[in-house]
Design a binder for this molecule. Structure first.
Ligand code: TMP
Length: 218
């Protein structure tokens, strides 16, 4: 059953997204958060681009080494991947009351393709608002950290450096600024947390936000 309030479809499950520049520790924090929430509710963690079979296929296309997508084509690929992910994984689970934690979502398109690659922000917003019928997360946590520190963490990763991680420091500064600007527009949904602290301290800060936001739901 779908409940519609103020033109927004409300689901039984809650939708949480974690955003931020590379190297801010999103993956570790998502694992810790999932472990905590599993004791209280049914939960699934997922990621973008990807998360569904089709979404993961599109992810491979986005990151294919021999392709040099234009910024607009790349944005459209991210949006296509998101559409598949929403239709096949996110919405069906939320409808069943299963909560979703997603590693990146719409705000990454605004930050990377809009602020980073200079696509028009209003075009990206209009496109996504129309396609996704103004579907937004219930909560978005932005992990924020000095860009130089982020990039030095990324260099130490065993998995190797991928497409956007190779971009210069100014690109990453634009992205950080993008996320911080997005967050200012809706203080009820966005929480910025300083990611420059140890994993457990950061986890505690995230849990504080979760408990404050969802205390009525546990
Ligand atoms: P990650 O899975 O390691 O976070 O890598 C995904 C990369 O894709 C990351 O550099 C951010 C980028 N990205 C976009 O540029 N636009 C998007 O809409 C999304 C979801 C991710």
């Amino acid at each position: 059953m779908e409940l519609v309030i103020k033109n927004q479809v409300m689901f039984k499950g809650k939708f949480i997204t974690i955003e931020g520049c590379e190297g801010t520790g999103k993956s570790t924090q998502i694992k810790l958060l999932e472990k905590y929430l599993k004791k209280k509710i049914k939960i699934k963690s997922t990621r973008e681009p990807g998360g569904s079979l089709g979404g993961e296929q599109i992810r491979k296309l986005i990151f294919k080494k021999e392709e040099d997508w234009s910024p607009l084509t790349e944005a459209l690929l991210h949006i296509s991947a998101r559409n598949d992910h929403l239709e096949k994984i996110i919405k069906p689970n939320l409808k069943k009351g299963i909560w979703i934690i997603c590693d990146r979502f719409r705000d990454s398109t605004t930050a990377y393709q809009g602020y980073g690659n200079d696509l028009k922000l209003n075009v990206l917003e209009l496109m996504q608002d129309s396609i996704f019928n103004k579907f937004h997360p219930d909560l978005t946590i932005i992990l924020d950290m000095d860009v130089k520190k982020c990039l030095s963490r990324v260099k130490k990763r065993k998995s190797g450096i991928q497409k956007y991680e190779k971009m210069n420091i100014n690109f990453h500064k634009k992205i950080r600024n993008g996320f911080l600007t997005i967050a200012k527009k809706n203080k009820k949904r966005y929480y910025i947390i300083n990611a420059d602290q140890n994993q457990l301290e950061l986890n505690n800060k995230i849990l504080k936000v979760i408990n404050k936001k969802f205390k009525k739901n546990f």
